[in-house]
Structure formats: C-alpha cells, structure tokens
Ligand binder design. Structure first.
Ligand SMILES: NC(=O)c1ccc[n+]([C@@H]2O[C@H](COP(=O)([O-])OP(=O)(O)OC[C@H]3O[C@@H](n4cnc5c(N)ncnc54)[C@H](O)[C@@H]3O)[C@@H](O)[C@H]2O)c1
Length: 230
C-alpha cells in the first residue's frame, strides 16, 4: 500500500494505546513522521520507541488535549522536530477516569453533572483545541488532513453513554461545518497563475482570512412543519 505519506507530519492524539497506537504504526509504516501524543508520557514514548525500532520516524509527546496551552506546546514541539503538521488524527475520546473504571457508565438519570464535563472536555474541547492549533497553518499552506474518530454512539446514540454519544455527534457537526468553511476559502483561491491570470495577492489573502463580502449563507431548508432545519 502506498498512501503517499512519505515524510508527511502526522499528530495522533491519545495514541499511547488502543486505536490510536495502531493508527500511529500504520502511518509510520507508510513513511509519515509520527507524533504519538498521550496523557501519559511513558505510553507515548513506548509507542514511539516501538515505531523507531522498526525503522519508522516517531516522537512521543505528553500533553493533555483538554488544555489549549498544552496542545499549543504539543504542536510547537512537533514543528520543531519534524515541521508543520500535515495530518491531525483526533483520536483521544475515552476520558481516563472512565477508562480506569473510576467513573461508571450510567443512564443519564443516574449520572452526576461532574461526569458530563469529562466527555465534553475531551471530545469537544479536545477537538477544538487540536484543530484550532493546526488549522491556521494548514489554511496558509493550503494543505492539511484532519481525521476524527467518532463512534456509532454518535450516530445512533447509546444507552449508558448519553453524554459521550452527544459529544461524538458534536464532533461530526464540527467536522461538517469546518469542511464547508475551509472549502469556501479554498474555492475562492485562484487555481492557476499564468501570464494571463497573474498571482493576485489581495485575492489570495482575502480568501485565506475569511468569507468574502459577497458570501451569502445558504437559505435554510424547511421541514414539513415550516421550521427551518437546524
Ligand atoms: N475501543 C472501542 O471499542 C471504540 C469504539 C468506537 C469508537 N472508539 C473511539 O476510538 C478512539 C480511541 O479509543 P480507544 O478505545 O483506543 O481508547 P483508549 O482509552 O484505549 O486509549 C486512548 C488513549 O487516550 C489517552 N487519553 C485520554 N485522555 C487524554 C487526554 N486528555 N489527552 C491526551 N490523551 C488522552 C489515554 O491515556 C489512552 O492512552 C476514541 O475516540 C473512542 O471514542 C473506540
């Protein structure tokens, strides 16, 4: 398999075990320079070591992705070690106290408000922190891939995991909206710069900084009861 990832810089969150670890190994085997992030530094370093011992390029970096300052540090260390981030995999999504069984999965009616925060902080703020810390560079460079691991729970809902289900559905909403925003900017970028159509720096910058003044939001679709669809 050649996914054309040679020397691409990939950051995978929560890659110290489980799904993220496997993603990191596959990306490294495809030639990517991989940053293995985890809440636990020793886990991140162990996976990075596993990759480098088999000939791949990897670095383990501890950071709590629920904290924007730590995520900024993670991305800065990545740029210093390998260069700007080409691929972000938002994988961390199971809060540590839940994974360790300290906080039980329960029906919402039996849940505690302090437990809701764990899911919202990790799945929603974690996503926002990570994407916000790479998106400016990706738009400037006109290159970047962002992959987010959700769950069937986010699509259909899962009992005992109501807040997790909602948070995963939120990630899907974030992703769809971001894709449209970035596509909007990308679509306005001149595709070819020839002698007849020279590089237009003003248009180029405007297209990167936000929707142009003539941008018109799409008309909301109506439901059968007449209310706009959200
Ligand atoms: N395992 C499944 O059956 C399953 C099913 C559907 C979706 N998923 C999704 O796949 C992803 C990975 O799941 P998994 O089962 O491999 O998880 P896991 O709990 O086995 O491992 C995830 C890693 O994330 C790390 N982590 C937790 N909080 C963190 C934080 N704040 N900052 C950085 N790292 C943090 C943990 O230390 C852990 O090493 C999640 O998004 C999960 O929702 C998993």
């Amino acid at each position: 398999m050649d996914l054309k990832l040679t020397d691409k810089v990939a950051v995978i969150t929560g890659a110290g075990q489980g799904v993220g670890r496997e993603i990191a190994k596959v990306l490294a085997a495809e030639g990517a320079q991989v940053v293995v992030n985890d809440l636990y530094g020793e886990r991140a370093e162990a996976v990075a070591k596993e990759i480098t011992e088999t000939g791949g390029k990897a670095l383990g970096i501890q950071a709590d992705i629920t904290r924007l300052d730590e995520v900024k540090g993670l991305m800065e260390k990545t740029v210093q070690a390998f260069g700007p981030v080409d691929i972000l995999v938002n994988n961390a999504g199971v809060p540590d106290p839940i994974r360790r069984g300290e906080v039980a999965r329960t029906h919402f009616i039996d849940s505690k408000p302090s437990d809701w925060k764990l899911q919202i902080d990790l799945n929603l703020y974690g996503w926002l922190n990570c994407v916000y810390s790479v998106i400016h560079s990706m738009v400037e460079r006109n290159y970047g891939k962002i992959l987010s691991i959700i769950s069937e729970a986010g699509r259909v809902g899962e009992p005992n995991l109501m807040v997790y289900s909602g948070a995963k559905a939120g990630v899907l909403g974030f992703t769809k909206a971001l894709a449209q925003e970035v596509a909007e900017r990308h679509a306005k970028r001149p595709r070819h710069h020839t002698d007849d159509q020279p590089f237009d720096q003003e248009l180029e910058l405007r297209s990167m900084k936000g929707p142009s003044p003539d941008w018109i939001p799409r008309t909301p679709r109506k439901t059968t009861n007449g209310w706009p669809k959200c």
